[in-house]
Design a protein around this ligand. Sequence first.
Ligand code: HMG
Length: 390
Amino acid sequence: MKIGIDKIGFFAPHMYIDMVNLAEARGDDPLKYTKGIGQDEMAVNPVTQDTVTMAANAALQLIDETDREKIDFVIFGTETGIDHSKAGAVYVNSLLGLKKNVRAIETKQACYGATAAIQLGRGHIALNPDSKVLVLASDIARYGLATPGEVTQGAGAVAILLSKDPKIMTIEQESTYQTDDIMDFWRPVYSDVAIVDGKYSNDKYIEFFADVWSAYKEKTNRDFSDFEAICFHLPYTRMGEKALKPHLESMSEDVASRLESNYKISTTYNRLVGNIYTGSLYLSLLSLLENQTDLKAGARIGLYSYGSGSVGEFFTGILEEGFREHLNTANHKELLANRKEVTVAEYETEFLKELPTDGSSIEYDEESDPATIYLSGIKDHMRQYKNKKS
Ligand code: HMG
């Protein structure tokens, strides 16, 4: 049975900053940000968007009445969830008006959480072929103002509907993965910003790719020539390129140039949004599918997932006949084009806004956020969410 991606969509908050402005404000050469790091813009999330609302907004555009009937598992991959106990999936289930006979859970392992969710979802469909599984990947990447990691922040969510006989991409059975207990990036429970050993994290990302790729090659006898493109987890858009580079000399010129050129296309949306942790790999896949106009059905796409700490996985998908007709390309381009640019000072103000943590209440104005689903306030330690359309 074929199992894979039937629908895929994303959401990014309505504000962004231009990286040239950020570089100038930090006294850096703008080329370091746009070329060295490879980021042109960075999403800025208002206080009215958290990981729950972003995931719900991403899923809202995907789900129709048949899906509502068939979804019986909602898996929320995040490392910046809103509660230590309750899963974001439970809130999204209710905000989307999905039925109650659903399993709803959260998965966590840094940026790997959504890949774990996809693999769990595949297993669920293998056992329950008529089910559909909603996978959500939603995060707000925060390192702190004027830190080296600041240029690699971002916010956004990807929603993926998994089913049998998928319309976009079948996920193949073979995959290789590995875990190693290292401290390259982590966020202690008392901190709202990540702690990172930047250079070490880059090295580990590259090393993990080499390891899972080599295991995949051995397991399947496939080579780079079997791939039309390889999408990478993109904490910033130069990162995948650094992992691919050491392997280029083992490929023919044609294969190297195809993978390099498709890699570039696979960074299109990520360059404008920044790191969205669990969703970054899938935003890269969307960038490729919606911007590479020569992709054909039957093409094999590689997917490299890396979550610091660390877990890495290499797996693959095959594009389905007519996949392009089932993408939401125009809406995604419009969402990005309609965002509002903010100044560095406005971004800093948003960054420093905090929700009450002492039980006091707050209400937010719905006019300040154009998104359909938003955080309308906090009352008695409970987040209040609103769907403007219900
Ligand atoms: P940095 O030390 O400020 O930057 O931090 P740099 O000095 O390494 O420079 C970056 C690049 O810009 C270099 O290119 C420079 O040469 C170039 P490279 O040599 O690497 O090819 N550069 C310039 N280029 C053109 N003109 C100029 C110029 N100046 C310099 N004038 C770092 C960079 C990524 C380390 C930092 O931003 C950071 O710590 N970020 C967060 C950690 C991170 O993103 N790690 C990635 C791997 S780990 C991962 O992916 C997991 C993660 O998503 C978390 C999770 O799993 O949950 C992070």
